[in-house]
Write a protein that binds this ligand. Structure first.
Ligand code: AP5
Length: 185
């Protein structure tokens, strides 16, 4: 069973790599961003509440995300393991996850932090053209990342779970680095 958390700034390649590895290890890729975008697309109550935050590059309020994660990790396919992408995004989400996993008598195997310089991130995101990939929103997402998400790195370093991977390399090389770490655990 493999339980992984992917950290990294917007554009680091979390989603790209999580998809590849989830397929390889036959475990679900749980992306809070993908779940929220689907909710916005289908205009569920969650989507209606989340939309304006996402459009502005702000974090969606914790209580909405926490309910969503609790529900998703309780689904039957998650018993085989999972890759979390985009969660936790701040220390309060990380503390919630730690508590939830303790209740379930589980721990994460590894927290993989993809490092990529800001200027490369901006270039990648502008080329991708997702709805929130415009210069102003990207700048705000990076600010929020540095303010709220960077402290999550220390949270996991203090628990000896953090491993750092250079994300500014060709995709296949990044996949190989991640696999080497995961398979050595
Ligand atoms: P989310 O969907 O999580 O977006 P993000 O963190 O901004 O991450 P991205 O999807 O932009 O980047 P990524 O690291 O996955 O990179 P990707 O693989 O796509 O969140 C969106 C919004 O939802 C948030 O702003 C917030 O509002 C809300 N939200 C989500 N989770 C939340 C939470 N927990 N709490 C509160 N709010 C939450 O790659 C990017 C591009 O780079 C692609 O085009 C890809 O092809 C390219 N690329 C990838 N790897 C490489 C490589 N090695 N070389 C060259 N190009 C590459």
């Amino acid at each position: 069973m493999t339980r992984l958390i992917f950290l990294g700034p917007p554009g680091a390649g979390k989603g790209t790599q999580a998809k590849i590895l989830a397929s390889e290890y036959q475990i679900p890729h749980i992306s809070t961003g993908d779940i929220l975008r689907e909710a916005v697309k289908t205009q569920t109550p969650l989507g209606q509440k989340a939309q304006s935050y996402m459009d502005q590059g702000e974090l969606v309020p914790d209580h909405l995300i926490i309910d969503l994660i609790k529900e998703r990790l309780g689904q039957s396919d998650a018993a085989q393991g999972w890759i979390l992408d985009g969660f936790p995004r701040n220390v309060s989400q990380a503390s919630f996850l730690e508590k939830l996993l303790t209740e379930l008598d589980l721990t994460a195997d590894s927290v993989l932090n993809l490092e990529v310089p800001d200027e490369v991130l901006v270039e990648r995101l502008l080329a991708r053209k997702r709805k929130d990939d415009n210069e102003e929103t990207i700048r705000r997402r990076l600010e929020i990342y540095h303010k709220d998400t960077v402290p999550v790195i220390s949270f996991y370093r203090d628990r000896d779970l953090l491993q750092v991977v250079a994300g500014n390399a060709p995709m296949k090389e990044v996949t190989d680095s991640l696999k080497a770490i995961i398979e050595s655990n």
